[in-house]
Ligand binder design. Structure first.
Ligand code: LLP
Length: 424
């Protein structure tokens, strides 16, 4: 039993048939927030509890939870994870700046990404972050050149590609040999030669990996971690003063289809491996994104109309694929339920207003057509992947903490879109 996943006062629940959020009726929170739908709701208390729970799993071992901020970059969320002791895994200069301006200490920030621009490398150098996670041999020489240009020695980590296949959607599997990510095994010798050649400009502080997303149990995570340990041991024997190993993120969540081990189980397994391999002196870094925020976000949408044709029934929403892209892009299924009634038996095809056939969220048993619906588990890769396609402004965001609304970020509105398009 995982208390944070089941507590009625954290994230989504139901009481007297009504959906609740942080223990409060979500419909009441929507009215109190005073924003039009579609609107995202987040539970900061639940996110905080998730980070604390993961943190505790490391016990007294040196570790860093580098939250993969691409999953959700809302300032309130970044500040919440920062206050709970986490750092940030950034994949762009923008995310790095967000972390710094949210008071994340430089040595708790990593910069990952396959094609960092020179200005992003320069920013990482000037902020003196924990490491630039280098993903190719050519990138090593580019970082060395930038370090030389600014008169510094760059702290780098080598992201290896362990060639591990995972059972996940093709778009989110990254650790196989044909992926663009990381340094493939055949290039490791070349990478070490490059590090040696630029030793005055490159300081190897970490070995890292990330094999993909939505791992439901730690086994694939451990297979790739094992390869990271092999490389770390080699590197130590070559005399590099390694500071950390980073096993990446990818802890899955339960979207209502199958259970997933909670983050702390991944942490314990990772720690066990580090100890078994005799590497317990190194800091252990993990990069979870989805598992920190995914279950603790919801998207509330209004039913615009109900179209029937023959035996078909479409429930048409004011939220579309521009607000929540995952179903269209990955065939992902986010549970959709009525806001103020329990789900019923009558099934409806739930679609958005965007002029694309892919703007379809799937068939759900809503029962009688409700006025509002709630999409569950929409805290990760949801708002952060939203767009303004079809002149649809970005949705509002409402932050709840301990059942109270603590911040509202209204939609920029259509006027903002119009102003920017008219000036283009
Ligand atoms: N570290 C690196 C280097 C990554 O590329 C990612 C995710 C993470 C950490 C965090 O992985 P997580 O713990 O969130 O699984 N948009 C997709 C997921 C893309 C994941 C990209 N990389 C989705 O909505 O399923």
């Amino acid at each position: 039993m995982y208390p944070h996943e089941t507590s009625a006062s954290l994230g989504f629940g139901r009481s007297n048939g009504r959906a609740t959020w942080g223990g409060q009726p979500l419909g009441d929170l929507l009215a109190r927030a005073g924003v039009p739908t579609p609107a995202y709701f987040y539970d900061l208390a639940a996110i905080r509890a998730r980070v604390v729970d993961l943190d505790r799993a490391f016990g007294s071992a040196r570790h860093l939870i580098a939250y993969a901020v691409k999953a959700n970059s809302a300032g309130s969320i970044v500040r919440t994870v920062q206050e709970a002791g986490a750092g940030i895994d950034a994949v762009s200069g923008g995310e790095l700046l967000l972390a710094r301006r949210s008071d994340v200490a430089p040595r708790k920030i990593l910069l990952s990404g396959v094609a960092k621009r020179d200005d992003e490398i320069d920013l990482a150098l000037s902020e003196d972050i924990l490491a630039i996670q280098v993903e190719s041999v050519v990138e090593l020489s580019r970082v060395a050149a930038r370090a030389s240009a600014v008169g510094k020695r760059a702290r780098v980590s080598m992201r290896i590609n362990p060639d591990v296949e995972i059972d996940s959607h093709a778009h989110i599997a990254t650790g196989h040999d044909a992926a663009k990510f990381g340094v493939a095994r055949r290039d490791w010798a070349g990478a070490f030669a490059e590090l040696q050649a630029h030793a005055s400009r490159l300081q190897l502080v970490g070995i890292s990996t990330h094999v993909g997303s939505m791992l439901r149990k730690p086994d694939a995570y451990l297979s790739s971690a094992d390869v990271v340990c092999d490389v770390a041991l080699d590197v130590l024997s070559l005399g590099h003063a390694l500071e950390y190993v980073d096993f990446g993120g990818g802890f899955g969540i339960d979207y209502g289809d199958a259970p997933a081990a909670p983050p702390r189980e991944f942490a314990r397994a990772a720690l066990g491996m580090l100890q078994t391999r005799g590497l317990a002196d190194l800091m252990l870094v993990v990069e979870p994104g989805r598992s920190i925020v995914g279950p603790f976000g919801a998207l509330v949408s209004r039913v615009v109309q109900h179209k029937t044709s023959g035996t078909r029934s479409w429930v048409m929403l004011d939220a579309g694929m521009n607000d929540l892209l995952r179903p269209a892009l990955y065939g992902a299924r986010h549970r959709i339920e009525p806001l103020d009634n329990p789900p019923g038996t009558a099934e409806h095809q739930i679609v958005g207003p965007v002029c694309e056939s892919a703007d379809d969220f799937g068939t759900f048993a809503l029962g009688d057509v409700p006025q509002y619906v709630v999409f569950r588990d929409a805290g990760a890769y949801s708002f952060s992947m939203a767009s303004e396609y079809n002149a649809r402004p970005l949705p509002a965001e409402v932050f709840v903490d301990g059942g109270e609304i603590v911040r509202v970020n209204p939609s920029p509105g259509v006027e903002s879109w119009l102003e920017r398009r008219l000036r283009s």
